[in-house]
Design a protein around this ligand. Structure first.
Ligand code: FPP
Length: 254
């Protein structure tokens, strides 16, 4: 199935349909398996993964989403062979170098979630450039989680908040869900409404574990390099059929 406008496939409009998610987050999984199945090196799977990412960003914009976050490199991915780690760094650099000016023209704000600790200087500099160049854009936000781990992010936020408390800037009573969230890498962003994971695996793998507390999870049996706008529309359609209660009860329940 393919279509020029992915929005045309999104279910909804009927009495049970929900709103579009404001923020979709994706665990782009299955690049390695995609490559192995074709007898290709894993790095080729990641290259094709970048193509799928480009298509997905475009589809997300066409559908009318405002925030998209993608998991590109986790703090656990350092355990991979050094050549693969370097290939992922190279792909991030190539993506930013090739796509930044277009994204900027399209009004996309780029944010990179995760720690800069351990990143090569040139990667760090490029990330900074992408964030600074697009800082004032507000048509669409693309967050790239790179060198990202949810627990690491939470610990960094706790350390920063403790440091503020030691300086007397905040007190224990000031620690609330909202104030804590303002110390996370996602400060100012809406929580993801929908988290998609490709490749048939059903785990969060340390991705946005604070922010996804109430997200709907959709696991899809497609390897990331094969993912396209139709898959995104399908996931959104599934999301819109779900009933979100946020710990409450169904409206109209006795
Ligand atoms: C998981 O597949 C995917 C990753 C660890 C990296 C995701 C990266 C990209 C899609 C491309 C990079 C994009 C940017 C912007 C840097 P896997 O390798 O774990 O696949 P497997 O589970 O089949 O082995």
């Amino acid at each position: 199935m393919s279509s020029a406008n992915p929005a045309s496939h999104i279910g909804g409009g009927g009495p049970n349909s929900g709103d579009l998610p404001e923020h979709v987050a994706i665990i782009m999984d299955g690049n390695g398996r995609w490559a192995s199945a074709r007898g290709l090196p894993r790095s080729v799977g990641h290259e094709r993964g970048v193509e799928a990412l480009r298509k997905t960003v475009k589809s997300a914009q066409q559908i009318g989403l405002s925030h998209l976050t993608v998991f590109s490199f986790s703090t656990e991915n350092w355990r991979r062979p050094v050549a693969e780690v370097n290939a992922l760094f190279g792909l991030l650099k190539a993506y930013v170098k090739r796509d930044l000016s277009r994204l900027h023209e399209e009004g996309v704000r780029v944010r990179v979630l995760g720690t800069r600790k351990g990143l090569p200087q040139d990667v760090s500099d490029l990330v900074k450039r992408a964030e600074e160049t697009t800082e004032a854009n507000d048509k669409f936000t693309l967050c790239i989680a790179f060198n990202y781990g949810g627990r690491e992010e939470i610990l960094r936020a706790a350390q920063a908040m403790t440091a503020a408390a030691i300086k007397g800037e905040i007190s224990a009573d000031d620690i609330s869900e909202d104030s804590f969230a303002s110390y996370l890498d996602t400060a100012g962003l809406p929580d993801p409404d929908l988290v998609i994971r490709t490749s048939g695996e059903s785990r969060l793998s340390n991705f946005l574990i604070w922010q996804a507390a109430y997200a709907e999870l959709v696991f899809m049996d497609v390897l990331w390099p094969d993912f396209n706008g139709d898959h995104l529309s399908e996931a959104i359609s599934t999301f819109r059929q779900r009933e979100r209660r946020f710990g409450g009860v169904t409206s109209g329940a006795a």
